[in-house]
Design a protein around this ligand. Structure first.
Ligand code: C5P
Length: 319
């Protein structure tokens, strides 16, 4: 409960996480798999309004559009959807919900509230069937990582989870965002499944996030954090929340900051238990959560009881 309370008030620090997670953080820092070279400032606490403006100024949603090599030579300009991602929803959606996959959403009865939003974002292979009472059943957009399209067990080409929704695909690239290096050696092969799907379902809005966008989010988190954070891309959850803040006027996020229902159950749809899913190991997840806690516009009651963060969209901000 101490940890939870510190989550809600923004006072959680790494030394409270226990030896295993601290060790993982150290290992990640020393291996620096994505060759992060960070020269920016670190961490003087800035206020909520300053964070909003910083987010708006520094992180414009960007997808691979086929204008840069190696994608231009491969003809991607004609392969990607003709409309840019930030124009697929016109007029802009008013209210949007982001449903994280945390086990603590079980027994929340939040389904109806989630579905009452104009648009709903879900992650990876998170199902709704059988979980409607707690997570709702509307899905407008799904963010998927490269494992979803490349690992056979996810059945990307046949599963109904990935049909009739907009899809946003991402893969950790080098920090330099060198597209050729990334193309030659992605974490998981995402490029051929993407090309195949675009040919098969040209009407489906399906985008690959640009590595510069992903790493600009990482820079932002590090800038606003005193500690050195894991030199790995932010979690799908954080990426998705910022995407929705760019596309919507108001964003409700469920169980990113854990509610009183907090559990070690990793996902609501699996039996696997590991507190790293909530606190972070590979991803700088704890820092992502502390940053968004500072931007919360909702009440602490909603945070505790529903695990709900209320965030403002970026478009209408006057900075
Ligand atoms: O595990 P997966 O990435 O599919 O989950 C979607 C997102 O939900 C994560 O990227 C993370 O931001 C969030 N999450 C969480 N706590 C958990 C599980 C997921 O905050 N226990």
């Amino acid at each position: 409960l101490e940890v939870l309370h510190r989550f809600w008030t923004g006072n959680l620090t790494v030394d409270m996480l226990g030896p295993r997670l601290q060790k993982v953080l150290k290992v990640q820092l020393s291996s620096n798999k994505h060759q992060v070279v960070y020269r920016g400032p670190r961490g003087p606490r800035r206020s909520g309004p300053q964070l909003y403006c910083d987010l708006k100024r520094r992180t414009r949603i960007r997808t691979v559009d086929g204008t840069q090599e190696p994608f231009s030579s491969l003809g991607w300009a004609h392969l990607v959807p003709p409309r840019p991602l930030d124009q697929i929803w016109t007029p802009q959606y008013r209210t949007c919900a982001v449903v994280t996959s945390a086990g603590s959403i079980l027994n929340s009865s939040l389904g109806a509230e989630i579905d009452s939003h104009d648009a709903v974002l879900r992650f990876n292979s998170a199902p709704t069937r059988g979980f409607e009472r707690d997570v709702g059943n509307k899905t407008t957009l799904r963010i998927i990582n490269s494992q979803i399209v490349s690992r056979p067990e996810h059945q990307f080409s046949s599963s109904p989870l990935y049909r009739d929704v907009a899809l946003l695909l991402w893969d950790p690239a080098p920090y330099s965002a060198n597209l050729t290096a990334w193309f030659l050696k992605p974490d998981f092969n995402l490029f051929s499944p993407y090309v195949e799907r675009r040919r098969l379902r040209p009407q489906q809005p399906f985008y690959v996030l640009h590595p510069e966008f992903i790493w600009s989010l990482w820079d932002l988190i590090q800038d606003h954090t005193q500690d050195q954070i894991q030199p790995n891309p932010p979690s799908s959850g954080f990426i998705g929340i910022v995407v929705m803040m760019s596309l919507c006027r108001d964003v409700s996020v469920y169980e990113f900051i854990p509610s009183l229902r907090r559990t070690d159950l990793c996902h609501y749809y699996e039996r696997y238990r590991d507190n790293a899913c909530t606190l972070g190991a590979y991803h700088p997840l704890l820092y992502e959560k502390l940053l968004l806690q500072r931007m919360n516009q909702g009440t602490s009651m909603e945070l505790k009881a529903k695990g709900k963060l209320t965030l403002r969209g970026l478009r209408d901000l006057s900075c």
